[in-house]
Design a protein around this ligand. Structure first.
Ligand SMILES: Cc1cc2nc3c(=O)[nH]c(=O)nc-3n(C[C@H](O)[C@H](O)[C@H](O)COP(=O)(O)OP(=O)(O)OC[C@H]3O[C@@H](n4cnc5c(N)ncnc54)[C@H](O)[C@@H]3O)c2cc1C
Length: 415
């Protein structure tokens, strides 16, 4: 029987980062996953480290936009009809949270995490000898329609109030830094202080290797076996049962599967997303991720090729993949950038774990002493894994948290 101070369940960016921050504070830590580190959602994202993000993704505005989605004509979103009744309360709450003062509440609560995000990654990448994957070239958002660019006004004004740089570029200026883009857009916004990684899966594995070098133990095991054993939490692994004085749920989209049997039901839903890599025609290339805002996809330069990631698909997490958004957006993507042939035959699919207020849950699990929660990082689990790992480790070890953890408490869902 192995005994540890803490078991971290889930080896995506969120769990690996929490495990790293705990082991750095002198705890004995077992990181348990049924797969290898960084092989699920943390593998397939667009690789953007979003330091200056202020608002969550807006709910579509206007009848026309909603109708296009309803008619399955919109490239930026897809849905499974059978999933909608179960999703409706969440969708309405999400809509409310992305408007007015609630949108501002999100920005204020999340600011300390975003502000810290890139520095935390850079420190870990340096230690993990993984800085070759880090590109401090920012990211670019393109707007084809005047109305969608005008819709960024509030965020741009608030950014300048806070002294954060969001640089508005003309198509010519944008093509000055990304010459392979065709001038099919009217406006561009560059976030120069953001960064990106060119192989998120490899970065996750480098962080996991650093965790092991610092004395952490990585084990294969099933988090569904988590149960109390005396004062400890116990989980079964390929190496036998492991006990932890404390346990951390960092299972991203799968957290509810383990928490429900323990009586903890928080309103997590999923925004599924897909990616596929493409070769570039000729000498084309990108120096940074580029988001085509009106079509809701991203082109990100990765080691495997140009990674095209899609927007949200509202479906049950375990429904079979339906990657029809590629058909809707590929003509637009090819008009913007000379995408060549696809690298894989089948797209990758993952699920962004999202609460309706787009904030993760970080802190104690209600009613279960010794159990901690660190999940629900939505569109920003890569970006925020290390910063939230620090916050959680500070809370678990009784240190002063670097920011107010209250907005991330599970208690916010208690009615
Ligand atoms: C298309 C797409 C694009 C994205 N782009 C970005 C981006 O550019 N920037 C950004 O910051 N974020 C982005 N995200 C979001 C980001 O990828 C996620 O928020 C993040 O990966 C979540 O990390 P996690 O560690 O919580 O979950 P995961 O990486 O999914 O890790 C959870 C782990 O739990 C394990 N697990 C599950 N069940 C069990 C079990 N029963 N027993 C043991 N282990 C189990 C899994 O194997 C997995 O390793 C994107 C997401 C998608 C889908």
């Amino acid at each position: 029987m192995a005994r540890t101070d803490a078991i971290v369940l889930g080896a995506g960016f969120v769990g690996i980062s929490a495990a790293l921050h705990l082991v750095k504070r002198g705890l004995s830590v077992a990181l348990v996953d049924r797969r290898g580190p960084g092989e699920e959602t943390s593998y397939g994202n667009a690789g953007i480290l979003e330091g200056n993000t202020l608002f969550a993704h807006a709910f579509p505005k206007g009848f026309g936009a909603l109708l296009r989605i309803a008619l399955k004509q919109a490239p930026e979103a897809n849905y499974h009809l059978a999933a909608l009744p179960g999703l409706m309360p969440w969708l309405l709450a999400y809509r409310a949270n992305t408007r007015g003062d609630l949108a501002l509440n999100f920005a204020k609560a999340m600011r300390p995490l975003f502000a810290r995000a890139i520095a935390e990654h850079e420190a870990l990448m340096t230690e993990a000898q993984a800085t070759r994957y880090l590109h401090k070239t920012g990211w670019l958002k393109l707007y084809r329609r005047e109305e969608s660019f005008a819709g960024t006004r509030r965020e741009r004004d608030y950014a300048s109030e806070l002294g954060l740089e969001l640089k508005v570029l003309s198509p010519e200026e944008a093509r000055g830094i990304e010459p392979s883009l065709a001038p099919v857009f009217r406006h561009a916004v560059l976030t120069p202080d953001a960064a990106s990684v060119s192989n998120p899966g490899a970065v996750a594995k480098a962080y996991a290797a650093l965790f092991a070098r610092l004395g952490g133990v990585i084990l294969k095991g099933d988090a569904l076996t988590l149960h109390r054993s005396g004062q400890a939490w116990r989980v079964d692994t390929d190496e036998g049962p492991v006990d932890g004085k404390e346990a951390v749920i960092a299972l991203g989209p799968w957290a509810p599967d383990v928490l429900a049997p323990l009586g903890i039901q928080l309103p997590l839903k999923w925004k599924r997303g897909y990616h596929r890599h493409y070769k570039s025609n000729g000498n084309a290339g990108l120096a940074r991720p580029v988001v085509d805002a009106d079509y809701g996809y991203c082109l990100a330069p990765m080691e495997q090729g140009i990674r095209l990631t899609t927007g949200a698909e509202f479906a049950d997490r375990d429904d079979a993949p339906t990657p029809i958004q590629f058909d809707r957006l590929l003509p637009a993507a090819r008009a913007l950038y000379p995408l060549g042939e696809g690298v894989e035959t089948q797209p990758w699919m993952g699920s962004r774990p999202c609460f309706a207020d787009s904030r993760p849950v970080i802190g104690r699990a209600p009613g279960q002493p010794g159990l901690w929660l660190d999940y629900g990082h939505a569109h920003w689990g890569l970006t925020l894994g290390p910063a939230t790992g620090r916050l959680l480790a500070e809370m678990m070890t009784g240190a002063t948290p670097f920011c107010d953890p209250k907005p991330f408490s599970a208690e916010r869902f208690a009615s």
